[in-house]
Design a binder for this molecule. Structure first.
Ligand SMILES: Cc1cc2nc3c(=O)[nH]c(=O)nc-3n(C[C@H](O)[C@H](O)[C@H](O)COP(=O)(O)OP(=O)(O)OC[C@H]3O[C@@H](n4cnc5c(N)ncnc54)[C@H](O)[C@@H]3O)c2cc1C
Length: 479
């Protein structure tokens, strides 16, 4: 990196806010999907919107990529710099600026950790609903940029449903407000466009988010099943009955083993699958729904149903689920994590298909996922020390993705696109569809410097016919 640019950044932000030594920048070479790597040339830690705008304008003048980053927990090859440039680490912009309970909203900076917001308001009976399993560490800015989901998004909606307004520094270095503090959106829903844009349109510097009032009653239960297909069928049956649980999570036997070895959440070691069901709402409604859910589980062969007796037991059941992917490291050297979706009614079928794909590739595939949304997270196990296993794991992962699409699903559920899913977009979208998205991008980021090489597939990547009749992606369309 040209020392002049490092000097300019230091002048804008101060010496404590700029890292330029290659070994320091290496820390930021990847997100949690570690096989995509690309270290930035410089890491900058702004503390104000004005500083973010000044850095973006400097990068524009120098033709340098700008990569926003929250906590780096993304699973898509997102907050990393395959083309070098300046990585904007937003962790120091982490203030809770305003809590407005009468209007049920909060104004936060993007680096605020998700769970900190709920911690700040739960004593007054409120919560921030989007709850990705990473909520102890991921930032609200990162959640908005990836449109994160979570266990309770089945009933309450994903992040986009909880963002009312955004302050953004665009790819042209302008500071704009999209949306605001009121629910009604007038004209173009540009807040909705920005949510899920993964840093390719601009840098989110403030968020107005919705707060929800905590439910009167909550009941959490763990149902065990002799086979995963029966658990999956119970999921469809619960929703078909008109019950929308706050959460409906499915874990299979390898996951249960890992969680018990690592976390000791009290999950049964002998079950082939469990459903973690949470109901919330007015007490009378929760009680009635709990009876109905228990009956549906029994009708689908449930072996047992354990209801959490107190908050401590409930927290332990959730700890097992939220830390399952981490605990899984105990039973495999490495794994590839897929994120895909099938219509809920196809869950039992896709579970059978995943079992067949695992057998064909000679690999263990474990499942822990937001079953209520049909959002799968197969973990495909491999050992990097065994020649060819990583490649086989990738093949199995691709086969699962294709099976999901064949069943009417989609290529990503909640993690986003990043580098990882970019080449899969033409499986769903035609070149024309993608061009419409690219045009939106060019409005916000005409120079293509915001988080380049993410979301859009490389030229020529459209290998197959997408739903819109996809042609090969033309040269020069994508940035
Ligand atoms: C154990 C574990 C469990 C997880 N569980 C879930 C889950 O249940 N649901 C789910 O959806 N995801 C989950 N994830 C993935 C990840 O936590 C989410 O995608 C999360 O929203 C990323 O937040 P972050 O702060 O770490 O963002 P980062 O990883 O730092 O960034 C993610 C993307 O957002 C962009 N970005 C970050 N901040 C900004 C900003 N202020 N302005 C513009 N762009 C920005 C980055 O450029 C990047 O493209 C999980 C990850 C792990 C490791």
């Amino acid at each position: 990196m040209d020392p002049r640019i490092v000097r300019d950044l230091t002048r804008l932000l101060g010496p404590e806010a700029v890292l330029a030594a290659p070994d320091e920048c290496l820390v930021y070479e990847c997100d949690m999907l570690t096989h995509y790597k690309g270290a930035p040339d410089v890491v900058a830690f702004p503390t104000t919107t004005e500083q973010v705008a000044a850095v973006v304008r400097l990068c524009l003048a120098e033709g340098l990529p700008v990569i926003p980053r929250g906590s780096g927990t993304g699973l898509i090859g997102g907050a990393m710099a395959p083309r070098g440039g300046v990585l904007l680490a937003l962790n120091r912009m982490n203030r809770l600026l305003e809590v407005d309970l009468p209007n049920r909203l909060a104004v936060v900076e993007p680096g605020l950790i998700n769970l900190w917001l709920t911690r700040a308001v739960e004593g007054r009976g409120y919560l921030f609903a989007p709850d990705p399993s990473s909520q102890m560490v991921s930032t609200i800015g990162g959640n908005a940029a990836t449109n994160a989901g979570g266990a309770h998004c089945l009933k309450y909606g994903i992040t986009v449903n909880h963002v009312l307004g955004l302050e953004v520094v665009t790819g042209e270095g302008e500071v704009v407000w999209l949306g605001g503090k009121v629910q009604e959106r007038i004209g173009y829903d540009l807040t909705g466009v920005m949510v899920g844009s993964e840093g390719t349109l601009g840098v989110i510097t403030k968020l107005v988010v919705r707060l929800l009032h905590a439910a009167e009653a909550v009941e959490t239960a763990l149902a065990t099943f002799p086979e995963i297909e029966e658990a999956a069928a119970a999921v469809s049956a619960i929703i078909a009955r008109g019950i929308v649980p706050a959460a409906l999570e499915l874990m299979d036997e390898p996951i249960l083993r890992a969680v018990e070895a690592g976390i000791k959440a009290g999950y049964p070691a002998d079950a082939k699958a469990v459903l973690l069901v949470e109901l919330d709402g007015p007490r009378a409604e929760v009680e009635a729904q709990a009876e109905a859910v228990a009956a549906i589980c029994r009708a689908h062969g449930a072996l047992s149903l354990r209801v959490a007796r107190d908050e401590a037991e409930r927290a332990l059941l959730w700890k097992g689920r939220k830390e399952a992917a981490g605990a899984f490291g105990r039973i495999t050297h490495n794994y590839v994590l897929q994120d895909a979706v099938v219509p809920r009614s196809r869950l039992a079928q896709i579970m059978r298909e995943i079992g067949a794909i695992a057998a064909r590739h000679g690999l263990l595939v474990a499942n822990v996922f937001h079953a209520g949304d049909g959002n799968l997270h197969p973990l495909i196990c491999y050992d990097e020390r065994v020649a060819g296993e990583f490649e086989r794991a990738l093949e199995a992962s691709e086969a699962i993705l294709r099976a999901c699409i064949a069943m009417g699903g989609t290529v990503t559920g909640e993690h986003g696109v990043g580098m990882d899913k970019a080449s899969s977009l033409p499986l769903l979208f035609s070149a024309g569809d993608l061009e419409a998205m690219a045009r939106v991008r060019r409005v916000f980021d005409p120079r293509g410097l915001m988080n380049p090489a993410k979301i859009f597939p490389a030229a020529g990547a459209c290998r197959e016919v997408g739903q819109g009749g996809g042609r090969p992606v033309p040269e020069g369309l994508w940035v």
